[in-house]
Each structure stands twice: as structure tokens, then as C-alpha cells.
Write a protein that binds this ligand. Structure first.
Ligand code: MN
Length: 243
């Protein structure tokens, strides 16, 4: 029952994206988990933070984590719930489905649906003592696409450093199943039909000042350099394997 519903939702999300012309490689979207959302389905409520606020010291300080999770990210979730109610969207809908046709909704839905999705992903993409690096198929494909992991990190860091104002840097998989690096403004992301870059996000880096200002002030580059030390590569690979 649950699985039927899940497949149905994924299918609808995939079809909506395909209809928008952004994903032409989704021929199997109705028959398997290999679609734009993969097995990942984000609900409107915040998931518990998978570690303590102080767990990422000294890369991200305790106060920043607490404010970021309990204030900024919590507000995106609350406002998304409000927007969905006002715009007649069931709270059983996945955020992925909404993002795939975000052009049909209000700016409030775009900002907060994106904000909520991005943060739910962000918390999972980092962990205490991350270090390590990609392995398996992700490593193979990353080296094929970017020459080396070091080169990938350098290009991703550049995307994060040069995003003017607030936004996100992404490693994502495009419709040709190729690994891509890009960035998006505000709380946009590659799942949105309005986004300049389109695909399935594997790894996202929040470069809004609220993510780093207490500890790093204006030094966004230092925050980015330290952030690599807490990336949860197991989780990134799980996402890659799922699409
Ligand atoms: Mn943030």
C-alpha cells in the first residue's frame, strides 16, 4: 500500500518534470525507483538533526548550528506548510513533487519549499568527522568528468565562492546522468522547473551568510575549505546509487 503510493508520487513527480521539458531521460520513471526523486521523498516537517549542535565543531560552531536548524530552517518548514495550505496542496505531497512544478506556485512556496528541501539535504550531507572522499562508481565517474577529486573540489569551491549574494553550490546529476557542478540563487535548486541548472542534487552547500557568519564573518572561502572536512560521502554515494 505504502509502496504503491510512493511509486505513484514519484511517477507523478517524474512526469511533471518530463512534461516541463527538463528531463528527457526518464523513460523508466513509472516502473522503477530510478526517477528524478529516486527513493528520496521529503516531507514538510523537519527531520531531527542527525547529530548534536556541537558535533561539527570546529568546522561549524555550535551556536550557528543551533540558530540555523531551530530558526532559519525551521521557518522554511513552517512557511512551506502555510503556503501549501493556502495554495491547496496536500501535506502528503512530497516537496520533490512541488519543486518539479514550482513555476505554478507562489514565490512563498518557491522560497520556502526550496529552503526546506535544501536544508533537509544539507544536514544529511555533513557529519562529524566526515573527511574521507568518494569511492566506488561515484569516484570513477567523478574522475572521468572532472579529472580528479581535487579538481572536482576546486571547481565546486569556485562555484560556491563566486555565487553572488545568497545561494547554494551543487553537485548534481543532469538528465544525461552526468555529474555536474553549479550554483543557484536564494533557495532555488536543480529540482525546480524554473532553475537554470536542472537535475538531481547529490551534494549541496549553503553559502548564505547565516550558515557561517558567526564564526567566519566575511571569510566565505575559509568556511568552504573547512566544510569539505565534514562532508558525508557515504550519504552522497547513497543518493548517486539511487538514481
Ligand atoms: Mn541556511
Amino acid at each position: 500500500m505504502q509502496r504503491r503510493k510512493f511509486i505513484g508520487n514519484i511517477s507523478k513527480a517524474g512526469m511533471a518534470v518530463a512534461a516541463a521539458g527538463s528531463f528527457t531521460g526518464l523513460e523508466s520513471c513509472s516502473s522503477s525507483k530510478k526517477s528524478s526523486g529516486g527513493p528520496f521523498k521529503t516531507s514538510f516537517a523537519q527531520a531531527p538533526l542527525p547529530y548534536r549542535y556541537d558535533a561539527l565543531e570546529t568546522m561549524i560552531d555550535t551556536k550557528t548550528m543551533e540558530i540555523h536548524y531551530t530558526k532559519h530552517a525551521a521557518a522554511y518548514s513552517t512557511n512551506l506548510i502555510e503556503a501549501a495550505k493556502a495554495e491547496g496542496v496536500s501535506d502528503k505531497t512530497s516537496v520533490e513533487e512541488i519543486l518539479a512544478k514550482i513555476s505554478k506556485y507562489s514565490p512563498k512556496m518557491r522560497n520556502n519549499g526550496g529552503g526546506h528541501y535544501n536544508h533537509e539535504l544539507f544536514w544529511q550531507c555533513i557529519k562529524p568527522n566526515g573527511e574521507g572522499g568518494p569511492s566506488g562508481q561515484l569516484l570513477t565517474d567523478m574522475e572521468a568528468q572532472f579529472t580528479s577529486v581535487a579538481n572536482f573540489k576546486s571547481q565546486f569551491s569556485d562555484a560556491a565562492k563566486t555565487r553572488f549574494g545568497s545561494g547554494w553550490a551543487w553537485l548534481y546529476v543532469d538528465s544525461q546522468k552526468k555529474l555536474k557542478i553549479g550554483s543557484s540563487p536564494n533557495q532555488d535548486n536543480p529540482l525546480m522547473d524554473v532553475s537554470d541548472i536542472k537535475g538531481f542534487p547529490l551534494l549541496g552547500l549553503d553559502v548564505w551568510e547565516h550558515a557561517y557568519y558567526l564564526k567566519y564573518q566575511n571569510k566565505r572561502a575559509d568556511y568552504i575549505d573547512n566544510w569539505w572536512k565534514i562532508v558525508n560521502w557515504d550519504y552522497v554515494q547513497k543518493r548517486y546509487a539511487a538514481i
